[in-house]
Design a protein around this ligand. Structure first.
Ligand code: SAM
Length: 326
């Protein structure tokens, strides 16, 4: 079981994501002889072993069902047991892009917290890169270490129980990028500078909820020789996908009445939408064909502020040996 590789079949000991619906998922370690209970009934782990990932599994009474998904960092972020506040996908993907993360990169992160960010980074830089992550809360460090072992991430992630503000990272000139999610990131900027490579452009991102913290971090970055200091905020807006009836243009021209209202009860309509999702057609109350159009519509809600993302780069100085391969 790997979070950065995929396999087809569920085996004894695997972690699966039990999917009820888009808003209801939970992690489950599959163990022979065990049972899993939820509001839809009791599910035997033995019935899960040997199924393909993505399969539907039915409960003991043959009525309720759930889907068993292969874990991914994106799903893990939705189900991870929270020990701290965590980073979510809109911020994680933005940071990964701006830190230029890709396979082979060496990254330093502090604090590890609940390991939400670490799981995504591990997949992004695997198999040849490495994430060194630091956490000063001992129980959190132990819990994250256990999860990294269970998720087979130890070839890509090393966690250390360490106060990075008091003791630095203990690494010099190795990191392509540093990410700080700490209450006082400005106090770790000097240590970040030590850890970053000097033969190429080093990148840093600091995650802070309030603008006063951003100002202090920006001052510290400037004092330590970082440049291109920029701050962003990632505000995500979700889009829903819907099928809507598409009027026939000839009928409209002929002046026939065209109904835009759902022609079936909600339940029947949903079934039709699922059944006809690929065909793009539906039938109206008289059984004649109504063309459907699949459209996306933004939801009214924009997810609120999480944090400000302050980025900067550390360029090689005169006299530094520059790696031209980058
Ligand atoms: N980014 C993480 C995630 O996505 O799960 C969450 C990080 S959490 C908000 C911040 C963490 O930094 C906490 O777990 C805290 O214990 C840790 N921390 C705070 N000060 C620290 C320090 N000086 N050295 C190391 N870790 C520290």
């Amino acid at each position: 079981m790997m979070f950065h590789e995929y396999k087809n079949v569920i085996e004894d000991g695997d972690t699966v994501i039990v999917y009820l619906n888009h808003n209801s998922m939970s992690p489950l370690k599959v163990e022979a002889g065990q049972v899993y209970n939820n509001r839809f009934g009791t599910f035997k782990h033995d019935d899960m072993i040997g199924l393909k990932y993505g399969s539907k599994v039915v409960n003991k009474d043959g009525k309720g069902f759930v889907f068993l998904l292969h874990p991914t960092p994106a799903l893990w972020t939705q189900v991870v047991p929270h020990r701290t506040q965590i980073l979510y996908l809109p911020d994680i993907s933005f940071i990964s892009l701006y830190l230029d993360l890709r396979p082979g990169k060496i990254m330093i992160e502090s604090g590890t917290g609940s390991g939400s960010f670490s799981h995504s980074i591990a997949r992004t830089i695997a198999p040849t890169g490495h994430l060194y992550t630091f956490e000063y809360h001992e129980i959190r460090a132990q819990t994250a270490r256990k999860e990294f072992i269970e998720h087979n991430l130890t070839d890509v992630v090393t966690i250390e129980h360490r106060d990075v503000i008091a003791n630095g990272f203990g690494k010099r000139n190795i990191a392509d990028a540093v990410f700080l999610d700490l209450p006082a990131p400005w106090d770790a900027v000097a240590a970040a500078k030590d850890a970053l490579r000097k033969d190429t452009i080093g990148r840093i991102c600091c995650f802070s909820p309030c603008i006063e913290q951003v100002q202090r971090t920006a001052l510290a970055l400037d004092e330590h020789g970082f440049s291109e200091i920029r701050m962003y905020e990632s505000l995500a807006k979700d889009y829903e996908i819907r099928n809507i009836p598409q009027p026939d243009i000839d009928e409209v021209i002929d002046g026939q009445r065209v109904s835009f209202k759902p022609v079936k009860s909600d339940k029947k309509k949903r079934k039709l939408e699922n059944d006809s999702a690929c065909s793009g057609t539906d039938t109206d109350a008289n059984g004649s064909t109504v063309k459907e159009l699949t459209v996306t519509k933004p939801t009214d809600v924009v997810r609120g502020h999480t944090s400000y993302l302050t980025f900067a780069i550390l360029a090689p100085e005169e006299g530094d040996d520059i790696d031209m391969s980058e």
